[in-house]
Design a protein around this ligand. Structure first.
Ligand SMILES: [Zn+2]
Length: 290
């Protein structure tokens, strides 16, 4: 079971198309099911109408989810239940620190670990991290090892504004949807150790992970940001799909129609062909759109 989980913060762009295509082909080329989940738990960042446009763009590309689309905004009760399990088990704790209390490094110093200091009111919930490193084998990036105490410290699973943190919602829903293989952009690689650690704390299974390279523009900026104003929807789907496949190391024939291109891709798809990193640092036009 695989999934694509876009945030409705803008239209489908080249960066998110890569994640959709890679997750779709990885599961579909082996007879699995592909799910679509809208990560709409951050209302302040949402762009009205973008969830509908992403869903219809995916259909236009020929990517149809195998189950009803899941909206995270309708799953708050599940995230609250997971938070409470962690709090009751002593695996998480209330933190009263405000942004100005935290060091610039971003590593939480453990201030509220053993109870709220006098005068602090509970604001966010943090997960207690252990001293052991999290290790996993990424199917594209190879072995990854991260010591969470050194990189982030006890991290937030429930935000001070009362919303579930991204890491908690993803972990709860991947398990709820029985996702056993996560294929997504390498910009999310830095979240993976936290998610695996959280799965362990909640007694949930850990899926396999594969992080494909993200498109990088000349200034080293993620292309996804630049393409937000230049949605992929403006291109013929076969042309955009061909560009995505070539970026992902699959040298598809030129000038195939959409159906033939999918047919070719389903027969030739292999994670081993995907480069670890983007091969070229080119400008947006070159890497993004042929
Ligand atoms: Zn604190």
């Amino acid at each position: 079971m695989g999934r694509f989980a876009p945030s409705p913060t803008g239209d489908l762009h080249f960066g998110s198309l890569l994640a959709a295509v890679a997750s779709f082909l990885q599961v579909k080329s082996r007879g699995g099911r592909w799910l679509l989940r809208v990560d709409d738990i951050d209302p302040p960042r949402e762009v009205p109408g973008s969830a509908d446009r992403i869903i219809s763009d995916l259909r236009r590309f020929g990517m149809q989810p195998d189950e009803l689309v899941l909206f995270q905004s309708q799953r708050s009760f599940s995230y609250e239940a997971a938070r409470d399990v962690l709090l009751e088990g002593g695996l998480a704790f209330w933190c009263g620190c405000s942004r100005s209390d935290l060091p610039r490094s971003g590593v939480y110093p453990g201030t509220c670990r053993n109870g709220l200091p006098a005068g602090k009111i509970p604001r966010a919930v943090r997960l207690r991290t252990g001293s052991e490193s999290v290790c996993f084998e990424d199917a594209i990036q190879g072995p990854v090892r991260e010591n969470l105490q050194e990189t982030v410290g006890d991290f937030v699973i429930w935000r001070a504004d009362g919303l579930p943190a991204y890491q908690l919602a993803v972990v709860v829903d991947d398990a709820f949807q029985a996702v056993n293989e996560v294929v997504r952009g390498a910009d999310l690689l830095e979240s993976t150790a936290r998610q695996i650690y959280l799965q362990g704390c909640l007694g949930l299974p850990t899926p396999a992970y594969a992080h494909h390279p993200v498109a990088i523009g000349e200034g080293g900026k993620k292309l996804s940001k630049r393409f937000r104003s230049d949605p992929i929807a403006a291109l013929p789907p076969a042309q955009a799909l061909g560009t995505a496949l070539r970026f992902l190391g699959h040298k598809c024939p030129q000038n195939l129609g959409l159906a033939d291109l999918w047919d070719w891709a389903l027969h030739h798809w292999e994670l081993a062909r995907i480069p670890r990193r983007a091969q070229r640092r080119t400008d947006g036009q070159d890497a993004g759109i042929d």
